[in-house]
Ligand binder design. Structure first.
Ligand SMILES: Cc1cc2nc3c(=O)[nH]c(=O)nc-3n(C[C@H](O)[C@H](O)[C@H](O)COP(=O)(O)O)c2cc1C
Length: 193
């Protein structure tokens, strides 16, 4: 995918990318997308996040196994083998970002909604990635195997994992996303069907 500088084009071309080339994501590129994430808004500007960045092949393979198990559970499919998991999206992505957020009541932080204070950062990260020509996809199926994944990654009880975001150079070309026209999503002044 080509880099994009025009912001409306960026929104139009933000896609779920699940196949990646076997090409590294440099520290500089990674830093840029994490910079974008940290500029996101959060409730009372508490910035209650921590971004766990996974690059180690063994860690990604273990996580991929849990993710594929979660996917299989959700779809009612048989459990994957270790080999299948190692060929999966999470294992094959050069980088996987796990955006984590503190949980109100478990830290003393209050006054914000957990998801509302982390998903804007996820979107910033993904849009910055796309602007650079990188692909990503926001995934939440891992939550089915939350306990195992939190134990695997050492995520403390005071944090929740909001997503797994694989990140890398896309393995194929992608057209623009397909969404309903704005008229179908909007009503003015009063609710209407
Ligand atoms: C809350 C949420 C959860 C998602 N979870 C997953 C997931 O677990 N696995 C996955 O492959 N994609 C996941 N996606 C990606 C969506 O399937 C994708 O964004 C949607 O189909 C639109 O794709 P497009 O942008 O390429 O048109 C998720 C997206 C959102 C917003």
């Amino acid at each position: 995918m080509e880099p994009i500088v025009q912001v409306m084009e960026l929104f139009r071309h933000q896609r779920a990318v699940r196949t990646f080339r076997d090409e590294p994501v440099t520290d500089e590129v990674l830093h840029t997308v994490l910079e974008a994430a940290r500029h996101a808004p959060s409730g009372s500007n508490t910035q209650p996040w921590r971004f766990l960045v996974l690059r180690d092949a063994g860690v990604k393979a273990d996580l991929s196994f849990e993710y594929e198990l979660a996917q299989a559970t959700r779809a009612g499919r048989p459990s994957p083998s270790r080999e299948q998991a190692e060929a999966g999206m999470i294992a094959r992505a050069p980088v996987v970002v796990v955006p984590c957020v503190t949980v109100p009541g478990r830290t003393g932080h209050a006054g914000f909604q957990t998801g509302a204070s982390i998903y804007p950062a996820c979107q910033n990260l993904m849009l910055a990635a796309r602007a650079l020509g990188l692909g990503s996809v926001l995934t939440t199926t891992h939550r089915i195997r939350r306990a195992e994944i939190h134990a695997l990654l050492g995520i403390p009880v005071t944090y929740e994992s909001a997503a797994l975001i694989p990140l890398g150079w896309p393995g194929r070309a992608y057209g623009p996303n397909r969404r309903e026209p704005v008229e179908m999503a909007v009503c003015f002044d009063h609710w209407s069907e």
